[in-house]
Design a protein around this ligand. Sequence first.
Ligand SMILES: [Zn+2]
Length: 259
Amino acid sequence: MEDTKLKCKLCGRFFDDEEMSEEHYPARSVGNEDIVALNIVKMLDSFQSEEIRERIKTKLSDGESIERISGDIFDNELAESLYPHGRTARTLCRKCNTFLGKYDEAYLKFFSLDGEAKAIKGFSKKTKLHIVKSIFGKFISIPEATDEEFDFLEFLKNEMATEYHGKWKIYFVKRDFSSDLMGMKDIGTGKIEFDEGIVYELSDDKFIYNLMNFEKHACFEMTNLFDILKKDYILVKGVGSDGGYHSQILLTRLFSEMI
Ligand SMILES: [Zn+2]
């Protein structure tokens, strides 16, 4: 029954379904308790809805902030539970999942300090490398990358490895209002292809990460994940007025939902 076996994305060995671990992504361990998908089609409809526009105007004149109003609309009308049991994937064996969990502990520190340069600079090199490996590790499980053979598995498997010279790069931004349409966070994964190569996306409550196999377009301002190891690490906030890869991936998802 070889064909019913699942391949672990990290160690490459085959396991029965029940031997695989059920991961949550973005990991629940980093605070994403309430994972929702933005219903993009409904969102566009509501932008054109006279009723919603009137409601927003009334609330604005009552002194509510636009962030608060859009947040309420998002929570009450646009958010949908993506999967009833949260987003899970069976892409890792239990041993590899436990192993990568060590890196997630470092990521949790980064996450809870909002990635702020001042705080992160004080972390040990080991912790910083674990943060980097945690994010690379998340990408091996995203559904869009099922058929991808990543060249950074050895870097992940070796806890002591300090360098990775493969073809993949990760750039990220801290979310702000410009990265969240009207303040509504879209937590999701995605993929977009350019002539230069592929861009995968993974985001959580605070950050948007793009894994890509080419140098990012100079016009998109993002932080290289490996920069957190450097003294001059600068955290980029928001995706800028052009929306970066994030908005393009959102639009791609919109079109695929409309078909
Ligand atoms: Zn494994």
